[in-house]
Design a protein around this ligand. Sequence first.
Ligand code: PMP
Length: 432
Amino acid sequence: MPSATDPNSILFERARAVIPGGVNSPVRAFRAVGGTPRFVKRAQGAYFWDAADQRYIDYIGSWGPMILGHGHPAVVEAVQRAVTEGFSFGAPTEREIELAEAILALVPSMEMVRLVSSGTEAAMSALRLARGATGRKYIIKFEGCYHGHADALLVKAGSGLATFGNPTSAGVPPEVVQHTLVLEYNNLAQLEEAFTLHGHEIAGLMIEAIAGNMNFVRASAAFAQRCRELCTQYGALLVFDEVMTGFRVGLYGAQGVLGIRPDLTVLGKVIGGGMPLAAFGGPRAIMEQLAPLGPVYQAGTLSGNPVATACGLATLKEIAMPGFYEALSKKTRALVDGLKAVAAAEGQPFSADSEGGMFGFFLMDALPQNYGAVMTTDSARFNALFHGLLDRGVYIAPALYEAGFVSAAHSDEDIAATIEAARQIFGKTKPP
Ligand code: PMP
């Protein structure tokens, strides 16, 4: 725990005077787990160092983008070269085409792609495109799936199926979310009922097919398949939000893992390699509905930014190397299996799952299937584990409803040190 004279505490005080909550994105503030956020000074490989020069094994990786670890030499070089050529032009560049071509080569469901600057923007634009292309108003989203903070997507579960969404945030008038239907994840009966009641009015169904915003929860194969079938049957667009899973759970994303072809795909995080870059795409006929060709407006001053695209391109080049995901998956699985083993040895209820370089663990015996089940986690136990790991130089997400990320830079020693840290904490904690 940092003292009042700790550099992190001093920075936090300063930050709170000028930035709401001291942070520019809420979960960084440690509100859920308590304590003082660590202010990052620098990062390299699998580690970052805080303001007190304390080193942490980083299992956040900027919440997903840093799949190669921090400061990968090929990426740094590409970014440095790009910077010397110019920061932003507001006119097209060849590099945007190269990145578009690289993305399309790896995501067979996409024939065209548009680059934007954040996942929020990409999901919001995909939603507008789905509505514009179908001429319909309603959308389906699932409780526990996060698609950025655009008004219409910022909806938690309503209370039951026929209830349309209630805004999760102040400042979102109920009218703005009245066309957002919120369903329980993995609930087939609710899904069927929603389409029976509203199928012909639904523009799109947006889903994190492997969800990373309620910790780590997979859509069952049957559920994902039924989403596909019902969208096809009723003429709604199936939108996979792969901001987190794209190039993270495997080279072909959640759609590759599940073997399902969505109509639209939303990407972010890894495709920018840590720079502000995101994208959405799909079939040519739908994408050509976008301005300047079609009636659906969408634009961005910094879209396709030359430095961000250089960073993304260099990152994609590395992850497309043969064996990349095999090695990453093996490492992530070793972490998850190791954590399970020490939890079992200490009699702690524990379950965990991973795919590619993304993982989740739960302080309960069985893997939860939806948000409600995730939120039954004993938060006091999670917070004790979080702070125990932090004190031992291991940085996991400061909230129990977040997934974790392993990078190619994590070594076997890093994984072993993390498992050992967890063993010590579990050993000190009485099982419930
Ligand atoms: N969709 C998903 C699945 C996400 O995980 C996130 C961010 N965590 C977003 C959209 C929003 O992306 P951004 O934070 O870049 O706006």
